[in-house]
Design a protein around this ligand. Structure first.
Ligand code: FES
Ligand SMILES: [Fe+2]
Length: 377
């Protein structure tokens, strides 16, 4: 059931989807202190393994050393070159590609070729900036500020659930990255409402029309919203799903689809066969990027029949989710363009109330500019 019984105010103004100043404030207020999933532990399996990526405008390098994963700003303290631009690899030393300055795992300077040229050495300005790293299940998270809540506190009650959903007997069978020609909030709003299913996902998710209100429950909290959709214990799809879980040796079944939004930009969906982690990141005021990982049930049984079924489950998940992501992203640029020209304030229905909670969180966190003139029901 929905919590609200009447339509809700549209909190954000059109400029909140395009203004460089608003984005700057969002990055400072929302993104630097948040935990962002950026990789899997398997991407950094051996000592020396590294990956590079851009996270909210910061070039990062993640590298495993002595079993622990470290995150650095991928900028050398000598003359500011990126240490490496390779997307991934294995490097026995943490060294810069340009003149070979080498750093210790904690980021402090280690070796400087022809060090005598730099006397007296400015040690305070000769280190790599570092960032906190934490794992939950096989997901690797980075936080961009030194101070902040730890990952367990950030995920709250969902920490243990995420740890179980993104680790055996589930296994990553698909990862996805895409760039969008829209502000980062547009795909976030899309993912937290089911109102668009009949038109945007006619064959993949919308075949049954709108999900009846009585089949779903919304949980609205200060830092999270959650949708719980009961699939119906006696329905044919659930009966089949239970059979598959039994074949694979998957443990208990919930017969639920759960979609959980951790403000501002992190989404988990869980069900008995598939779990997804997806994050939405700004790359500019009107551009964004998503990263996602799909874990499907691999099970505990190793017999040939179970292996074939696990492969079929994974392939089905990849096919369906590649299509769903494509379908969702088909409307993002159109919405961005419309926002730039709208004479209206917009409106939010009760079915879309999770969007209102997200907007309200933005207003609370970022202050006055959100919810300015033109807002209000
Ligand atoms: S810029 Fe890195 S060693 Fe010179
Ligand atoms: Fe969708």
């Amino acid at each position: 059931m929905f919590v609200h019984k009447e339509r809700l105010e549209y909190v954000l103004r059109p400029e909140d989807y395009a203004s460089p100043d608003v984005l700057r404030r969002e990055i400072e207020t929302l993104f630097l202190g948040a935990w962002h999933p950026v990789a899997l532990t398997g991407d950094l399996a051996a000592d020396g393994d590294f990956i590079t990526l851009d996270l909210v405008g910061r070039p990062l390098l993640l590298r495993r050393h002595a079993g622990a994963i470290h995150a650095y700003l991928n900028v050398c303290s000598h003359r500011h070159c990126m240490l490496t631009e390779a997307p991934r690899g294995n490097a026995p030393r943490l060294a810069c590609q340009y003149h070979g300055w080498e750093y210790k795992p904690d980021g402090r300077i280690d070796k400087v070729p022809d060090g005598g040229c730099f006397k007296p050495f400015d040690r305070e300005n000769a280190a790599l900036a570092t960032f906190p790293v934490a794992t939950c299940g096989e997901l690797v998270f980075v936080r961009l500020s030194a101070e902040g809540t730890d990952l367990r506190g950030w995920l709250g009650d969902w920490y243990d659930r995420v740890a179980a959903a993104f680790a055996p007997p589930y296994r990553c069978n698909w990862r996805y990255a895409a760039d969008f020609a829209c502000n980062w909030k547009i795909p976030v709003e899309n993912t937290v409402e089911t109102y668009h299913l009949p038109l945007v996902h006619p064959t993949t998710l919308g075949g049954f029309g709108l999900i009846p209100e009585e089949a779903q429950k919304h949980w609205l909290e200060d830092r999270f919203t959650t949708l719980v959709f009961d699939l119906g214990r006696d329905s044919e799809p659930v009966r089949k799903q239970r059979q598959v879980v039994g074949w694979l040796g998957g443990g208990t079944t919930s017969d639920q689809y759960v979609h959980h939004h951790v403000f501002p930009n992190l989404v988990f969906t869980t069900s008995d066969l598939f779990n997804y982690c997806q994050v939405y990141l700004p790359t500019g005021p009107t551009t964004s990027r998503t990263l996602a990982w799909m874990f499907s049930l691999d099970g505990t049984k190793r017999n040939p029949f179970a292996r074939v079924i696990a492969g079929m489950v994974a392939r089905h998940g990849v096919k369906a989710n590649a299509a769903i992501q494509r379908e969702d992203s088909s409307v993002f640029a159109a919405q961005q363009k419309g926002i730039a020209a709208t004479p209206f304030r917009g409106c939010i229905g009760t079915r879309e109330e999770r969007i209102w909670c997200f907007h309200d969180y933005l207003r609370r966190a970022c202050g006055a500019p959100q919810g300015g003139p033109g807002a209000g029901a």
